[in-house]
Design a protein around this ligand. Structure first.
Ligand code: F6R
Length: 614
């Protein structure tokens, strides 16, 4: 969602900010803006609807000087996406400019109070209310800006990551966070800020992750001062970033999504590295080892997640229940957090989130923690909010995922869940040593098997062109392949805008079968596992109604192939690992259908990479 970048230093801020905005484009946005304190000490704000390039064109002949500035990509919540609602927002006197991620929930009563005090507003946003409030406090209490920001933040309800610059203090930036991330980068003799590390990594690898309800004054000469909202000062911890700039480039691929699909063999090796010990036939996940008694004795595991991560969670349920024999419930974070769930103190709550910032998942675990559960996070973005809020966890270690549609993060979540299921099963002795060791061996072969599937790319590309006409798709799977059907359908709809639904194959008879005709492509994941015969019958039912069947089959299969209109073969593996292979052709199929339809694959309309509002 919205993105923040800022700079205070000795260099020209504009280039750094624009480059930063481009780095943040992947998060999803609908307008962009920039504020600079120019060399002649004017506070200028430029903003435009649409892409960052519009902002660059708009500012081409304007004054872009200045060594301090803030910039923003906005994903509209309050007020339509237009030039006026875009950030930064001025205070009434135009001395202050503010950018904001998050939502100020009590902006309406605050706005009414400010209007009663004679303030006027130009936009429909909650953000403008906040900067007007800050200035009003500054004026009415005759205090400095830092104190005014502290006081204002004490009276707002909601989530925010903010950055403010002040025309009257051109070497200072004030930033704060609650519920939305904010990172401060420490350069040689300058400072950078970002809502994530992508706009910062090019300049420094030293960063401070601002904590909840912290506010920082960044001054070029005095350095950093960080306090909480009660003005208690803290010493910040400086962390080292572990991403590099090449991970943020397309490396010759047409889209980040395709690059990330192709990265999967390598990214899985990174997820498994140091954790899957082939020589000693061990699985070592420190997050489990450190809390082994909790996992051994867990009454139940609840997994909270959204979207693609929720699909990974569903596969996690199947494998943990099958191997470790612990009951697992899978919850949409957004439902869990609002329905007063029953949580026992010997429950383990696992949060799965690529970004580590999804607002609903964060709120779900905060709730579970308050009820005494032990929290375990499976996240990709190091230092993000969810891993910081959990008791323990495992990073997926696949580097930045830039394409909005999740691909390599999904398969990394699966491999992490495989490792978790295997280690708990081993600890609880719910599977034999021989079976455990055979699964350890098999897991190690998965990256090569993915490499083999990726060779289907050209074939899938040619085949995909046929489907630009389609208005609907159905995806079917059973057992471990049912969540894959859900994921295949989600991938297609989010980037191609073709309506697609996934179902457990047997559910087809309970309604969706009414949709089947010659026009409707039905993707059936029909690999050779436990339910093979059943899925063959489901395909026969579709064929009997003249449906067009695209099947994903195990290499060497003839039965399903013969009754399908088109098939893609994937290598054989253990039943529980099938999803990590069967999803790959579906990722490619979605990608190629979407590109054949000329869709903006990496930044599909209305979507955000990191969903930081509920
Ligand atoms: C789909 C997709 C989304 C995310 C969802 C959760 O391709 O990316 O459905 O999976 O928004 O995001 P995280 O995993 O960051 O919590």
């Amino acid at each position: 969602m919205c993105g923040i970048v800022g700079y205070v230093g000795k260099r020209d801020a504009y280039e750094i900010l624009i480059k930063g905005l481009h780095r943040l484009e992947y998060r999803g946005y609908d307008s962009a803006g920039i504020a600079l304190i120019s060399d002649n000490n004017d506070l200028v704000v430029y903003k435009t609807k649409g892409k960052v390039i519009n902002l660059e064109n708009h500012t081409a002949d304007l004054n872009r000087s200045g060594k301090i500035g803030i910039a923003h990509t906005r994903w509209a919540t309050h007020g339509e996406p237009n030039d006026i609602n875009a950030h930064p927002h001025f205070s009434g006197s135009k001395s202050l400019a503010l950018i904001h991620n998050g939502i100020i929930e009590n902006y309406k009563p605050l706005k009414e109070e400010l209007i009663a005090q004679g303030k006027t507003f130009v936009s429909d946003t909650d953000t403008e209310v906040l900067i007007q409030l800050i200035e009003y406090i500054q004026e009415s209490h005759n205090c400095d800006l830092f104190t005014a920001v502290q006081m204002a933040l004490n009276s707002v309800v909601g989530a925010y990551a903010i950055a403010i610059i002040n025309k009257n203090d051109p070497e200072t930036m004030i930033v704060a966070r609650k519920g939305s991330p904010l990172i401060i980068g420490i350069g040689e003799d300058d400072f950078f800020i970002g809502s994530d590390a992508t706009p910062i990594v090019e300049y420094t690898d030293k960063v401070i992750y601002l904590e909840e309800e912290q506010i920082a004054k960044i001054n070029l000469k005095e350095g950093l001062k960080i306090t909480d909202l009660k003005n208690i000062e803290t010493t910040p911890i400086i962390n080292k970033l572990n991403i590099n700039i090449s991970q943020l480039e397309k490396a010759g691929y047409e889209h980040f999504m395709l690059k990330e699909i192709f990265e999967q063999p390598e990214s899985l090796i990174n997820t498994l590295k140091g954790r899957l010990k082939i020589d000693t036939k061990e699985v070592k996940l420190s997050g489990i080892i450190d809390n082994v008694e909790k996992f051994r004795k867990a009454r139940r595991i609840i997994i909270c997640a959204c979207g693609t991560s929720w699909h990974a969670a569903l596969i996690g349920k199947y494998i943990i229940e099958e191997l470790a024999r612990i009951p697992v419930e899978v919850e949409y974070s957004s439902e869990f957090r609002y329905r007063n769930p029953i949580i026992y103190d010997d429950d383990i709550v696992i949060a799965i989130s690529q970004s580590g910032e999804t607002a609903d998942t964060l709120a779900a675990i905060v709730l579970a923690k308050s009820k005494g559960a032990f929290l375990f996070g499976i996240c990709n973005v190091v230092g993000s909010s969810i891993p910081r809020a959990t008791h323990s966890g495992a990073y997926t270690h696949v580097g930045p995922e830039i394409g909005v549609a999740s691909t390599k993060a999904f398969t990394a979540q699966l491999s992490t869940l495989f490792l978790i299921a295997l280690s708990i099963a081993h600890e609880r002795k719910t599977i034999s040593n021989e079976y455990f060791e055979s699964l350890v061996d098999e897991l190690q072969t998965i990256p090569d098997k993915i490499r083999e599937i990726l060779k289907l790319n050209e074939q899938i590309k040619n085949f995909a062109k046929t489907f630009t006409y389609a208005k609907n798709f159905i995806y079917l799977g059973r057992g471990y392949n049912y969540p894959v059907a859900l994921e295949g359908a989600l991938k297609l709809k989010e980037i191609s805008y073709i309506h697609a639904e996934g179902y457990p194959a047997a559910e087809m008879k309970h309604g969706p079968i009414a949709l089947i005709d010659e026009e409707l492509p039905v993707v059936v994941i029909a690999t050779k596992n436990g339910n093979y015969d059943k899925i063959v019958s489901n395909i026969e039912e579709i064929k009997a109604r003249k449906g067009y069947v695209i099947s994903i089959v195990t290499k060497g299969d003839t039965q399903v192939k013969n009754i399908s209109n088109f098939s893609f073969e994937i290598p054989d593996t253990a039943d529980c690992f099938v999803p990590i292979l069967s999803v790959i052709p579906l990722q490619l199929l979605s990608y190629h259908i979407a590109t054949a339809k000329n869709r903006d694959v990496d930044q599909p309309r209305n979507l955000a990479k990191s969903v930081t509002v509920e």
